[in-house]
Ligand binder design. Structure first.
Ligand code: ZN
Length: 140
């Protein structure tokens, strides 16, 4: 049986993909939140080959630049995790000084908070999505 990130197509919308890595839109509670996922199982960053580590960093930066040029965040928080899944993955969290938790690590809602609508969904506009896709697939 495959895991959730092996079956990412069932759970996420792709923003970018190459042979080693896929980048997907993640939590709708952080505007522009993208997760870059190593396609194969690796339990820790130290298990990656240089080629895999380079591929992950390249996609992270490429997507991050497209987010910067389109959404103009105050800063981006970058977070690499190897926790609940066997896929090393890196988050891109665009942050704005107007965020209620500016200056602190990002806080995603618990399932209960999301269910009780304590957090507001921050979808990207169709125009912003098109601009980001254009930057990723037509320019370097
Ligand atoms: Zn997997």
């Amino acid at each position: 049986m495959k895991c959730k990130l092996c079956e990412w197509k069932k759970h996420y919308k792709k923003i970018y993909e190459d042979d080693l890595v896929v980048a997907v839109w993640d939590s709708p509670y952080v505007r522009g939140h993208v997760t870059v996922i190593l396609k194969r199982h690796a339990d820790n960053l130290t298990e990656l080959s240089l080629e895999e580590a380079t591929a992950m960093m390249n996609v992270w930066i490429k997507v991050g630049k497209a987010i910067e040029q389109t959404l103009h965040p105050s800063i981006i928080n970058w977070q690499i995790n190897c926790n609940w899944t066997r896929h090393v993955h890196g988050h891109i969290y665009p942050r704005w000084e107007s965020d209620p938790d500016w200056g602190e690590p990002i806080h995603l809602p618990t399932k209960e908070q999301a269910h009780n609508k304590e957090y507001v969904i921050k979808e990207l506009s169709p125009d912003d999505l098109l601009k980001i896709e254009d930057l990723l697939f037509h320019k370097n």
